[in-house]
Ligand binder design. Sequence first.
Ligand code: PEP
Length: 251
Amino acid sequence: MARTRRPLIAGNWKMNGLKADALALAKDVAAGVSQAGWSDREVLVCPPATLVAAVADATKGSGLLAGGQNCHAKASGAHTGDVSAEMLKDAGASHVIVGHSERRADCGETDAIVRAKAEAAWRAGLLPIVCIGETLAEREAGKTLAVLESQLKGSVPAGSTAAKLVVAYEPVWAIGTGKTPTTPEVAAAHAHIRKVLGGLMAEAAGVRLLYGGSVKGSNAAELLAAGDVDGALVGGASLNAAEFLAIAKAA
Ligand code: PEP
């Protein structure tokens, strides 16, 4: 079932931002989103957990959305230092990133854990952005498409629909490095992702597929024009309002 896929531009602030600077950044982005009045795309920022509520409150009504960078699979309990999807929702989040490669690498998150987190997002009423992507060694070994397929099969929950899932393709070697795949490489990866999703769910044609990895204002138009790219997950460049808004404009 083909359906219009509204582009999503998502900023992942990672572990950056203290209250004053983060709120100034959020307000600048929100002002740009509000001024543009986009109804044909969604713009989201994912601050550190400590700032989700403040950012959501400060940008309410602007059209800018706030999300989390991670959540625990459980709703509550003895999980010191973790944040549940319900807590993010309560703080004003609409989305949550799950399975970012930094968490897969730093925290040993497996596909099964990522899938449980995506299900937790649903339970709380959040839209999960499930991240997948190959390492440089996997790419050089010619395993990119196989890795993406295996991560998708392990990380995408049963019961996924176009409205309940966003997938972000983030080659690990492109994150924070200034390197990007060519647009035909991005298009090939996204076409494969959509094909694999087609075997997992009925509404694969409607799922938004984001590209992430060294997206900036100057390369956004080209990357976003690659086949099957429905938006971007942006790290470093999302910490600069003008740069992030330029990417949103290119969508
Ligand atoms: C990311 O961490 O999701 C990311 C894409 O980072 P960057 O844009 O800095 O490469």
